[in-house]
Design a protein around this ligand. Structure first.
Ligand SMILES: NC(=O)c1ccc[n+]([C@@H]2O[C@H](COP(=O)([O-])OP(=O)(O)OC[C@H]3O[C@@H](n4cnc5c(N)ncnc54)[C@H](OP(=O)(O)O)[C@@H]3O)[C@@H](O)[C@H]2O)c1
Length: 268
């Protein structure tokens, strides 16, 4: 039985990843807080002949979720780990609260580091495994008016960029995923400071990049993983901007200035 763990499986990209990964001979371990949504997904997964295990956890509670992860690892040899759980935030830095930083840090960076470290240690001892971390275009390019989120996503890129060298010698594959905009509930559940879901969606629509579906995003991620791609960046504009950002940062200045200006207009 192939053991696959997906965090953020109750919604969006994680949900679609779990569903598309489901096949006979595989057990998908579903992690998120919303137990009812995970149970419903588990039913769909079982219907295609795969096995499903529901692990309702608040990943931001590092101590509790760490104990649950230890238990999982004592019982299960994890073959693949997909880290998709995250929470987003929209607001200017001057309006961000200390509790926002804490929540985004714990959910988007510390929990990912914790799960990566513990699962990687088991995989390294077995000399096999795969870890797929869902970062963001903002990992490469930043994201004005979403500074804590972009900072954590940049941290994940740093984690990936350095872990990839350690893991090669021990037979563990790591992949970093950087999507552009994907139409998911992340824009409804985000923390908003002097802004709103409606304003954010309007601003994204005005930028003209469009939004991929979660289903298509999961398909692109799994296609990239199957092809052995280590950095999976999509769609085309995200690929271009992630390439330009470290090489020609000045080219992003007009886009970022416009983002701040429009954010202020819409939140006024
Ligand atoms: N949507 C985009 O435009 C976009 C773009 C780039 C990157 N991404 C990244 O893609 C990944 C998936 O995002 P998405 O857009 O699919 O968002 P989503 O639909 O909001 O899904 C986020 C998932 O994370 C889980 N989660 C959040 N806080 C949690 C916590 N404290 N403990 C456990 N689970 C928690 C949520 O489940 P519960 O609420 O049930 O806990 C949910 O399953 C994220 O890493 C995100 O940063 C998204």
């Amino acid at each position: 039985m192939k053991e696959i763990v997906v965090t953020g499986a109750s919604s969006g990209i994680g949900y679609e990843l779990a569903l598309q990964l489901a096949a006979p001979g595989r057990r998908i371990h579903l992690v998120a807080r919303s137990e009812d949504k995970l149970e419903a997904l588990a039913g769909l997964i079982r219907a295609v002949g795969a096995e499903a295990a529901v692990l309702p956890l608040d990943l931001a509670d590092i101590e509790e979720s760490g104990l649950a992860l230890d238990k999982l690892l004592a019982e299960t040899s994890v073959d693949e780990l997909y880290l998709a759980a995250a929470v987003s935030i929209f607001g200017e830095v001057k309006d961000i609260q200390a509790e926002d930083w804490d929540r985004i840090y714990r959910t988007d960076l510390l929990a990912v580091a914790q799960w990566t470290q513990k699962v990687y240690a088991q995989m390294a001892s077995r000399r096999t495994g795969r870890i797929v971390t869902v970062g963001s275009l903002s990992s490469y390019a930043g994201y004005p008016t979403s500074v804590p989120y972009a900072a954590m996503k940049a941290g994940l890129l740093g984690l990936y960029k350095t872990l990839r060298y350690e893991c090669k010698q021990v037979g563990v594959a790591v992949h970093f995923v950087a999507p552009g905009y994907v139409d998911t509930p992340i824009f409804d559940t985000a923390i908003y400071r002097r802004s709103s879901s409606k304003a954010t969606r309007q601003q994204i629509a005005e930028m003209g990049f469009g939004m991929l579906s979660a289903k298509e995003s999961a398909r692109l991620i799994l296609r990239g993983v199957a092809a052995g791609k280590s950095e999976i960046v999509f769609p085309g504009y995200a690929k271009l901007l992630s390439w330009l950002a470290p090489r020609f940062p000045a080219l992003l200045i007009p886009i970022h200035n416009r983002m701040v200006k429009r954010f202020r207009e819409l939140s006024a």
